[in-house]
Design a protein around this ligand. Structure first.
Ligand SMILES: C[S@@+](CC[C@H](N)C(=O)[O-])C[C@H]1O[C@@H](n2cnc3c(N)ncnc32)[C@H](O)[C@@H]1O
Length: 199
């Protein structure tokens, strides 16, 4: 879809850490439309064995174990959340499950603590609608992603407004990404973008 004018973007408030437990509850996820089976979504993202992956906004880490298993012992997951309390909860989970290839880090997507061209894939599952400055985050995605790498985005469909989709469909291409696949379902919106340009 072509969007000529820069559409508006308005972020929702951050999920409070006291509500993080809900996201680890499968029934809650089904009822709210964020009920993708973790392994199926990871499969759809194209993440594979040996990759280095940025997981933006993991909260307490519902998807982190599936990502960790997928990349295996030769891969690495950088799970980066802006809220320190979320990362503390994730750290507990990582230790409890013995996920040796996961590094939980506190940072905003607008200033990622990762080197240029350092990751193969990015997973932004149910997080971008909370991002205040989406252009900066997409610019950081472009910087840290190796050329040809993918960003997978998911949102709760009924909560994800048309103007936010329009903004995303404008900001990703402007930031050097092409759309590989998009699914605008009743319950969940999902899309995969590929880094194209090198600038
Ligand atoms: C709705 S939760 C989703 C958590 C997880 N991905 C899931 O699906 O269960 C969104 C998470 O993104 C984090 N977040 C929001 N804006 C962020 C930003 N600009 N940079 C990094 N993390 C952010 C929030 O702190 C929160 O933990």
């Amino acid at each position: 879809m072509e969007v000529d004018q820069k559409p508006k973007w308005k972020a929702l408030s951050l999920l409070p850490p006291r509500a993080a437990w809900m996201l680890d509850n499968k029934l809650y996820r089904i009822l709210t439309g964020s009920g993708y089976k973790d392994t199926e979504l990871v499969e759809w993202s194209g993440v594979h064995e040996g990759q280095e992956v940025l997981e933006l906004g993991p909260a307490a880490g519902y998807f982190t174990p599936a990502l960790s298993k997928k990349v295996g012992e030769n891969g690495k997951i950088y799970s980066i959340d802006v809220q320190a309390e979320m990362i503390a909860k994730l750290q507990d989970k990582v230790e409890r499950l013995g996920l040796k290839n996961v590094s939980p880090l506190v940072a905003g997507g607008e200033t990622l603590p990762l080197a240029d061209d350092s990751v193969d894939s990015i997973c932004a599952f149910y997080v971008l609608e909370e991002v205040v400055d989406l252009e900066s985050v997409v610019s950081e995605f472009h910087r840290v992603l190796r050329p040809g790498g993918n960003v997978t985005v998911t949102q709760v469909a009924y909560d994800f407004k048309q103007y936010q989709k329009d903004a995303m469909r404008h900001i990703f291409p402007t930031g050097g990404f092409e759309l590989l696949e998009e699914s605008d379902g009743r319950w969940t919106y999902k899309a995969r973008w590929r880094r194209t340009s090198t600038n």
